[in-house]
Design a protein around this ligand. Sequence first.
Ligand code: PMV
Length: 319
Amino acid sequence: MTVATARAHPNIALVKYWGKADAASNLPATGSLSMTLDIFPTTTTVRIVDRDLDRVVFNGAEREGTVRDRVVRFLDHVRLLAGREDRAEVITENTVPSAAGLASSASGFAALAQAASTAYGLALDDRSLSRLARRGSGSAARSVIPRFAVWHAGSDEQSFAEPVQAPPIEMVIATVDAREKAVSSRDAMQRTAMTSPFYPAWVTSTAQTLESALEACRSGDLERLGRITETNALRMHAAIQGSDPSIRYLTPRSWAIFDAVAQLRGEGVLAWATADAGPNVCVISPPEHTAAVAERIGALADVVIARPGPGVRLQETDA
Ligand code: PMV
């Protein structure tokens, strides 16, 4: 095959990945747990071409500079695995509000991993595909997997994502600000690890937290998983804020949503908030409470409801 199209969805971590054990191959300092969404897909076509240079088209515009460089580096790794040198054209349609803390790189590199490995003739199993996606963006390892995924820390061989069972959860996503964030997660992670005195505590506590979260998943304990989710997110943001110079992703509007979620809990609605490297807030709840959450949070920000979604899939190519 010389052309392949794949579609992947973003994922939101319930136990976060923040910090690398190895930057070159994106090995995480700790494992993480996530929900793959059923909204905001990225669709990517990779076509092997008779050209001297790779071509990268993102939402209809040809890209140069750092975006292209990152894709080319990824393709170089695929070419190494496939033992080939031909160049490719990569055409991506992304529906995620890019770089606003809604994991556009996760769906992007999961789709690219599937499309590029197929176009270059590699038939990767889910583990190898997840390991490959990880090299593009750490969190992309989890977007390969449907519904809920645990991504393991460890060596290159060990660090892939795989499915886990979780209690029934839906997610209300509150878009506080869809603009590009000021500090990329890559740079902020590095600054946190280098300068935040809270980073070592973040790593040790998150390794334990992941074990508790997996136990909560096994026993179907939604309330325990919910508490873990919110606490883990706030610990990550505390570690990030402890950087020098400090980085703050959450804005007063984000905090207002965390407050509203606490208030909902006080009224008996089961809901817990989390936020990635941006101001947007995601609220998990059991399906029977989602409408109440969406209504309350909808007064503070634009909201959409996400359910557990599919893993990365090959599509018919029509481009
Ligand atoms: O893989 P990256 O570089 O997009 O980093 C993801 C970091 C967080 O979204 C903040 C946490 C996570 O586990 O997804």
